[in-house]
Write a protein that binds this ligand. Structure first.
Ligand SMILES: [Zn+2]
Length: 322
């Protein structure tokens, strides 16, 4: 009986892996940080090493494992098992990661976008349990979304549904890493907060951030913005207000288009709390049809950093052979 799965989350700086049972419990965990900035073949090697370390540490044989679910940032075509493009990991365009890993691990592999995996994890085992139409949004270094419609993951025609971070909210806005201007991610994520803070420092604005980053604008980080804001720094408060407001505008688009019953918000920035989330909820309610206010339950992630690994593993059970 194959009652176990392996879940893997390939991020820009770390690979997290877990051996999981059908209830989403971890039997073993492993993390590797050796692959940052490496070419695909070295990342594949790190994934194989990390995944392979799980079985001996749990005393389990490969024939007890139904398959391996892999979540990866970027545009992923799940049906073809291909990374279409990944801005965090260069040289990945059209990489057949699923088949490569399948051959190396000698197990069935499912490849999906990391936000989709995290959404599925929250839907099955986390804050989205019991919902039917659920959206999971990350408010972290970047900004992404996974969509559950009628209890099923919605991937779209080519697997790239949910890329809310690259929806344009201001055509005259800052240049985004995707080449467009004024994407939501140019305002509503950790990278955007850092950039907006650097711009304020470069313009000579009077802010506590200058001291916290040692007068080196390139070193300013979201944690310092949160710290300054909690001390009442007007510039830091304005930046959090901007990021929160734009994230709320993103949420309003989600509510208008998809009418979810539950929205799960995850990602490290949410730990900043009301200084970021109050403007977010305000902007959400101001930018939707009044009949939709309170239509969606808005909740924090329950699985946090484990959502991607748990969800990637749990998606294996949705594969035909499981
Ligand atoms: Zn973009």
């Amino acid at each position: 009986m194959k009652d176990l799965v392996i879940g893997i989350d390939i991020g820009g700086t770390k690979i997290a892996a877990g051996l999981l049972d059908r209830q989403g419990n971890f039997l073993a965990r492993a993390i590797s940080r050796s692959h940052a900035g490496c070419p695909p073949d070295q990342v594949v090697e790190a994934v194989v090493q990390t995944a392979s370390s799980l079985l001996p540490s749990a005393g389990v044989n490969a024939n007890q494992v139904a398959g391996v679910g892999v979540g990866c940032a970027g545009h992923i075509n799940c049906d073809c098992g291909i990374v279409l493009t990944n801005s965090n990991l260069p040289d990945w365009d059209r990489h057949p990661l699923r088949d490569t890993l399948q051959e190396r691990l000698q197990l069935p592999v499912l490849l999906d976008n990391d936000a989709n995996c995290a959404a599925w994890g929250e839907f099955r085992y986390g804050a989205g349990r019991g919902s039917r139409h659920m959206c999971y949004l990350t408010f972290s270094t970047g900004c992404g979304m996974g969509i559950i419609i009628d209890g099923r993951l919605y991937r779209g025609a080519t697997g790239t549904a949910g890329e809310i971070g690259h929806t344009v909210v201001n055509p005259d806005g800052p240049l985004c890493s995707c080449g467009k201007r004024g994407c939501l991610m140019s305002y509503a994520c950790g990278m955007a907060l850092d950039q907006m803070a650097r711009d304020c420092l470069s313009c000579g604005e009077d802010t506590l951030l200058r001291g916290l980053c040692g007068d080196c604008p390139e070193h300013v980080q979201a944690e310092q913005i949160a710290e300054s804001a909690k001390l009442g720094d007007p510039v830091a408060l304005r930046l959090l207000n901007t990021a929160g407001t734009y994230f709320g505008i993103g949420l309003s688009t989600v509510v208008q288009i998809l009418n979810p019953d539950t929205i799960v918000i995850g990602g490290g920035l949410t730990h900043i709390g009301p200084l970021l989330l109050d403007p977010c909820i305000k902007a959400l309610n101001e930018n939707i049809n009044p009949v939709l206010v309170d239509s969606a339950r808005i909740v924090s992630s329950e699985l946090w950093n484990d959502a991607g690994v748990i969800g990637a593993g749990a998606l294996v059970w949705e594969m035909e052979y499981a």
